[in-house]
Ligand binder design. Sequence first.
Ligand SMILES: NC(=O)c1ccc[n+]([C@@H]2O[C@H](COP(=O)([O-])OP(=O)(O)OC[C@H]3O[C@@H](n4cnc5c(N)ncnc54)[C@H](OP(=O)(O)O)[C@@H]3O)[C@@H](O)[C@H]2O)c1
Length: 336
Amino acid sequence: MGSRSHDNPFSAVLSGLLDQRSKEPRVTPVPPGVQLDGRTCLVTGANSGLGKATAIRLAKRGAHVIMACRSGIPEAGEDVKRESGSNQVEMMHVDLSDFESIDRFCDELRNRNVTLDAAVFNAGVVPVTSRTNKHGLELMFAVNFLAKFVLLDRLLRAGVIPNAVYGNNSRADDPPRVIFVSSETHRSSIPIDFDHFGKPVEYGVSDGVKYYGLSKLHLTTYFQELSRRLNPAEGSSPDVCVHAVCPGAINSNMAREAPAWLKPVLKPVMALFFQSPEKASIPVDYLVVSDEMGRETGAYMHMMRMKESSEASTDPKKGALLWSKTEELLRTHGVL
Ligand SMILES: NC(=O)c1ccc[n+]([C@@H]2O[C@H](COP(=O)([O-])OP(=O)(O)OC[C@H]3O[C@@H](n4cnc5c(N)ncnc54)[C@H](OP(=O)(O)O)[C@@H]3O)[C@@H](O)[C@H]2O)c1
């Protein structure tokens, strides 16, 4: 499978445009009448862009939607209620760059005995230049990858996401779904540097996209490893369905930190050629709702097409190494 370059803002924009014109076969969207009444779905980063559109879609299907957000509380929740016509929508605060905030968020879900039928880990960030979070870790690496590892560790161990391996509360007859919003940029990323794992890197406007791709390679390699770990019996039906998606180029707030000189070019290009968040949320909806995706695990979608994620991300040795290096790093920060 060919991989397009995404190593600077211009090639990333061009690649986004070409992706939309691909003629490869697509899956059929789940029709609007399929309901999720009585189901609970978590969406992170649900105050904006793809996350908000996903929250609206799932609320329209009758799910109880928990919008996990750093900002936009309560306005974004009110928007989602209004646009979906549902009152089964609530907002919870979490700052995914802050491990203590993640802990408080997971504790609250556990203490309320919440059981998630689906969790969409959507939140992501593209800082204009490198910076570190309060734990001294590079922000994009922390939010786009590490935060998901910590969230899943907590939610699986607490059984908030039912599972046999960490929670001892398997629901294999009706497996929960874990969906990660990744990006095709993982495909042309530089390799993961396991020798300097977690060491903050420095980048500016021109090479930020390269490290964004790397953060998504971490995430995609992790998603494949998580799928294997939660479903160790190969060939049998999954205990937890773990999938990932690249939604394609979206006219969202993702480029909010783009430098002032770039915005006049970027904004009209995004508005004209990129998909709306509503359209971009159709494959996410498919992964959460379709019967097919409840019978398998480890699926990767690029917009409405099923694909293999990159070779590097599917290598079990790299997956296992990423897992152990991440645990080691989190232990040094007192998180595990
Ligand atoms: N836009 C694209 O072309 C594109 C392409 C491929 C993949 N994606 C992926 O799609 C996902 C959604 O992005 P989007 O395009 O919808 O962009 P967006 O409108 O900027 O939404 C990003 C969301 O992530 C949240 N977030 C960022 N840092 C956070 C933190 N520390 N704690 C909690 N939430 C945080 C943001 O919250 P705040 O509003 O509070 O910052 C916002 O809700 C991301 O994972 C992105 O990588 C986007």
